[in-house]
Design a protein around this ligand. Structure first.
Ligand code: ATP
Ligand code: MG
Length: 238
């Protein structure tokens, strides 16, 4: 197997005395779409945080593109080529759409700003229409699109998404997942954590199931969609 782009090996992560991750190992190869599904409190956000050293894994290792980044300072990690679309989007509400996109260039500088902004407006025509609107006044779906576009402005090789479908109407969710497929076709590698198991497993090449901070199952998206345990716990038993 070629070296994975992201290689997480046996990590434990704690909040004080509370252990949130237990021996979590997973990998994402270049060009793959990988998802991790899990219920509330399973540790999904903690896992994405642990890739950025916030909170930092206390046992195990995180390697990106062949480099051990387990103890690298958090602000040095994004410039390596990883971007996070955080849970709850966290766009800058008082800034315009365009200003939010400029903020996304911080890890890499503005050398490619014009070109990349034009590409984002092609991918998200709605953002172009609203380029001068304050981001806080966008709809939830538009804010999610903006959060994704802002992450892409740092030209990441790997994009991490924390529950992008949260709180959005079914039609908007479908559009978000279509966009993720388009982003993958641009050559980006995607690691997505979701509670929306149905959409996530249909999109993903491979998937993991996280239960109480531990990887319980793994397989292709298709295998896990058909798995009785997954169907019962995450797909309403249908
Ligand atoms: N800052 C914190 N301090 C203490 N405990 C925390 C902290 N953040 C998370 N936890 C605990 O760690 C566990 C995992 O939380 P995490 O937010 O990673 O779950 P999650 O899978 O992202 O859940 P959700 O789907 O609700 O976002 C939970 O038990 C949570 O209470
Ligand atoms: Mg979370």
């Amino acid at each position: 197997m070629p070296q994975p782009l992201l290689d997480v090996r046996g990590i434990d992560t704690f909040y004080g005395a509370i252990q949130a991750l237990r021996g979590v190992s997973l990998h994402v190869s270049r060009g793959e779409i990988v998802t991790l599904i899990g219920a509330n409190g399973a540790g999904k956000t903690t896992l994405l945080g642990s890739i950025f050293g916030n909170p930092r894994a206390s046992v195990g290792s995180v390697c990106f593109d062949g480099e051990d980044i387990t103890t690298l300072a958090t602000h040095r990690i994004a410039p390596r080529g990883i971007a996070l679309v955080p849970e709850g989007r966290h766009i800058f509400p008082a800034m315009t759409v365009e200003e939010n996109l400029v903020m996304g260039t911080i890890p890499v500088g503005e050398a490619h700003l014009d070109e990349d902004r034009a590409q984002m407006f092609e991918l998200f025509p709605r953002l172009q229409e609203r380029r001068n609107q304050r981001a806080g006044t966008l709809s939830g779906g538009e804010q999610q699109m903006l959060a994704i576009a802002r992450a892409l402005m740092s030209r990441p090789q790997l994009i991490l998404l924390d529950e992008p479908s949260l709180g959005l109407a079914p039609l908007v969710v479908r559009r978000i997942f279509e966009v993720l497929r388009e982003i993958a076709s641009l050559g980006k590698t995607i690691f997505l954590v979701e509670q929306n198991a149905n959409h996530a497993l249909k999109l993903a090449d491979r998937a993991y199931v996280l239960v109480n901070g531990e990887i319980r199952l793994q397989g292709s998206g298709r295998e896990l969609l058909a798995d009785p345990e997954v169907r019962k716990a995450y797909l309403g038993g249908h």
